[in-house]
Ligand binder design. Structure first.
Ligand code: NAD
Length: 390
């Protein structure tokens, strides 16, 4: 059970790039990082508009002289301080992630970066090399992976409860962009501009979330080949897609499917993962994250509830309140930031053993997402053909 007790001797001095006043995702980063006293927000370059960022930072309680006009000024100035930042979160639009992460690693900082980590696997591998050289972590905020029942599914599958895994059926299919919402919404507008969003819209923006959940639940599953088709139902979004179907063949003989969609009219979020084995299936849906369906062929279906004693020990250690009370996305993100803090601490202490035991979306998760998008786009843009996974 997590109860807010400090895990480290002192909080990690932490900054943000992006996540300004009007951003979608800035607040959940701060809320998650600050909740368990492992991070302290001491600096920031919060906004593309320097003055707006400064004003916002001050309102967040950051000293005015540590609200910087941009990330370069922040990394330089903080490196000169004895009490400078040790970690930074990057919550800016996609097209800036590579340069900011690179600069942060070169400045000797641990990084938590938004997804997608960057645009190409070449860039992602360059960040991996830099992180190794600097001995720093790169966390990627696949936030749903912090829900406790994802861990429960991982443990049940490892124990063989499903039998042999045959099918992984995934979707993240919401309806919020069924019309051209980007016309009057700046947060939506950059998402359909390839210069800022990258080579895809829904594949990278949302499809990679359930993909990462599948990697957590099924760590041994490896994609051998895939076929993707993508569409732009709002034509002005082309060449970026607002819908995509991806079929994957795994080396084990299992098959997987991801539906990534922003035009699923009427759907609120629609992120689901169903893992189907020879004996039973598990299903998790992000709109009811405290429940996991467990269906054994020929038996009545069961709903496993978060926080209950019958769950695996690893699936209850992140609980913040007893069963029955709903936990949600903010708690899932807090669980990830809790682990980022432990991973930063273990890395700085050179404790490789402790580091190995902390499961969190790291740079490899970031690389996997970028690689998957690259393969999907290659398949789709060659006519929706099977491609070997490279
Ligand atoms: P947004 O457009 O709502 O906000 C972006 C923020 O970054 C704004 O405050 C803007 O002023 C600031 N900014 C832009 N360029 C900057 C720069 N160079 N330096 C400093 N600040 C800068 O975008 P958003 O929806 O919050 O998305 C940000 C990132 O988070 C994206 O990469 C997106 O894919 C990701 N995201 C992830 C999740 C998730 O579940 N993990 C959810 C939503 C968004």
């Amino acid at each position: 059970m997590i109860n807010g007790e400090m895990q480290l001797n002192a909080p990690i001095r932490w900054a943000m790039v992006g996540g300004g006043r009007s951003s979608q995702i800035g607040y959940i980063h701060r809320s998650a990082a600050l909740r368990d006293s492992s991070f302290q927000l001491v600096a920031g370059a919060f906004d593309i508009d320097a003055e707006a960022g400064r004003q916002f930072g001050i309102r967040l309680g950051v000293a005015a002289d540590r609200c910087y006009p941009d990330y370069k000024a922040m990394f330089e100035a903080e490196a000169r301080r004895a009490d400078g930042i040790r970690a930074v979160s990057v919550a800016t639009p996609n097209g800036t992630h590579f340069e900011i992460c690179k600069a942060a690693l070169l400045a000797g900082l641990h990084v938590v970066c938004e997804k997608p980590l960057c645009f190409t696997t070449a860039e992602a591998n360059a960040l991996l090399a830099l992180a190794r050289q600097a001995r720093k972590i790169v966390g990627v905020t696949y936030g749903y992976a912090g829900h406790q029942l994802i861990e429960q599914a991982r443990q049940m599958i490892a124990r063989g409860d499903l039998g042999e895994v045959r099918i992984v059926n995934m979707q993240f299919a919401h309806g919020f962009h069924s019309a051209a919402a980007e016309a009057d919404n700046p947060s939506a507008k950059w998402r359909v501009d390839p210069k800022i969003a990258g080579p895809s819209y829904v594949l990278g923006d949302i499809g990679t979330h359930p993909l990462y959940l599948s990697e957590v639940m099924l760590p041994d599953l490896k994609i051998e080949s895939l076929l993707c088709t993508r569409q732009s139902f709002i034509q002005s979004r082309a060449p970026l897609e607002d819908n995509a179907f991806t079929i994957m063949k795994y080396t084990s003989g299992a098959i997987g499917y991801v539906w990534s969609c922003a035009v699923n009219a009427g759907s609120m979020h629609g992120q689901k993962i169903r893992v189907i084995g020879s004996r039973a299936s598990l299903e998790w849906w992000d709109e009811r994250p405290n429940q996991l369906s467990y269906e054994v062929q020929g038996q009545p279906a069961q709903i496993l509830e978060r926080g209950m004693g019958y769950l695996h020990a690893r699936a209850i250690e992140d609980d913040r309140i007893g069963a029955g009370h709903p936990e949600g996305l903010f708690e899932a993100w807090s669980n990830l930031y809790y682990r980022y803090a432990l991973a930063i601490d273990a890395t700085d202490r050179g404790d490789a053993q402790a580091l190995r035991e902390i499961r969190y979306p790291d740079i490899h998760a970031g690389i996997d997402g970028v690689r998957w998008v690259e393969n999907c786009v290659r398949s789709a843009d060659n006519g929706g053909i099977w491609v070997k996974y490279t």
